[in-house]
Design a protein around this ligand. Structure first.
Ligand SMILES: Cc1cc2nc3c(=O)[nH]c(=O)nc-3n(C[C@H](O)[C@H](O)[C@H](O)COP(=O)(O)OP(=O)(O)OC[C@H]3O[C@@H](n4cnc5c(N)ncnc54)[C@H](O)[C@@H]3O)c2cc1C
Length: 314
């Protein structure tokens, strides 16, 4: 099969449609065969795998945030076990002296089961972050959970200041949320948002989402909040940098974030050389398959990089 793929490259057929065909097929392949295509996006299946990758990232000047794959946990014991595993990672990060924090999805630690369960698990994570002088990022999922996620964030913030949230630029409510939350010390990742939301509550066009993103960046700066600009959109990064330079915004008040494995055409190294902080969101875990198929569907160009690497190593 790989021999066939390499012939295809040598013959220089239309790469885009080939990428799309392979992307569609990957979801139906047995896992062992799909793994080479999934590999760029996930750091491995266990804590040791992910922490090794984080060390390599740190050595190349990037910091990291680790995410255990999984969401919509339906079982209380499972939600507690996920929480305990995250606590263990905080401890290992500290032991290995890595520049790395943790990102946790509310439904992974029980928000679909009950608010109280998710809150208790997040409070445990916050206390552990505090014990190891680390930072906890609460990811934002679909708009069904936004109110509860903000509420849980506020409760955690009472325990320890080093807790942050995510706000999504595609949601019309986000500017108001930002204004309220930034009245006290605030650290937020700003991303576009990945879930399907109705046009009543969200912006649908790229232009409007990017406009709102920039508006939120300006509000983060005005309120002296710490911003994590999470995007692979090179035009948006250009716009942010132009605004940052024009307003002489301190490099210590923000960072850039990207997902592990998404090709950035040398942009990250460029940002680091210019003195900007770059953090990679590194997912790991047994649920790598569905996550990777979703990533491939978002960017079929990845296939090209995987095939190139495969051909180089064979
Ligand atoms: C560090 C980080 C954390 C995030 N956390 C959250 C969160 O908590 N909640 C939430 O709703 N969303 C989250 N997201 C996802 C985010 O909301 C966007 O959906 C996603 O990043 C795509 O938007 P973009 O800004 O990269 O711009 P786009 O304009 O969508 O993408 C720009 C280009 O980047 C490439 N690209 C973008 N995303 C991917 C991908 N995933 N895989 C492969 N290629 C890609 C594509 O080639 C695309 O053309 C996060 C994203 C990042 C980078």
């Amino acid at each position: 099969m790989f021999f066939l793929f390499s012939r295809v490259i040598l013959l220089n057929y239309n790469m885009l449609s080939i990428n799309n065909i392979i992307t569609s097929a990957v979801g139906y392949l047995p896992k062992w065969l799909a793994k080479p295509f999934a590999n760029p996006y996930v750091a491995g299946e266990n804590q040791e795998d992910v922490l090794k990758k984080v060390k390599v990232l740190n050595e190349s000047g990037m910091c990291a945030t680790v995410d255990m794959l999984g969401e919509h946990t339906k079982d209380q014991d499972e939600a507690k076990s996920v929480t305990n595993q995250y606590c263990e990672i905080f401890q290992k990060i500290s032991g290995l002296n890595l520049d790395c924090n943790i990102s946790v999805k509310p439904t992974h630690v029980g928000l679909d089961i009950s608010y109280e369960l998710a809150r208790d698990n997040f409070l445990k994570l916050t206390s552990t972050a505090k014990r190891f002088s680390n930072f906890l990022r609460i990811d934002m999922e679909s708009s069904k959970g936004t109110n509860h996620t903000i509420k849980v964030y506020k409760e955690c913030k009472l325990v320890y200041d080093n807790v942050g949230l995510v706000l999504q630029a595609y949601l019309k409510r986000s500017v108001d949320d930002l204004k309220l939350l930034s009245k006290q010390s605030f650290n937020s990742r700003i991303c576009k948002g990945i879930y399907n939301e109705s046009s009543q509550i969200s912006f649908n066009s790229r232009v409007n989402i990017n406009e709102n993103y920039i508006k939120m960046a300006k509000l983060m700066h005005q309120s002296s909040s710490y911003a994590a600009y999470a995007t692979h959109d090179q035009d948006l990064i250009d716009q942010l940098i132009a605004w940052i330079k024009a307003n002489k915004i301190s490099k210590s008040s923000f960072e850039f974030q990207v997902l592990y494995g998404v090709p950035m055409q040398g942009r990250l190294e460029q940002l680091i050389n210019q003195g900007y902080k770059v953090r990679i969101y590194v997912p790991y875990g047994k649920d790598w398959f569905d996550y990777s198929v979703r990533r491939l569907k978002e960017n079929p160009n990845i296939i090209k990089y995987v095939l190139k690497n495969f051909l180089k190593s064979n």
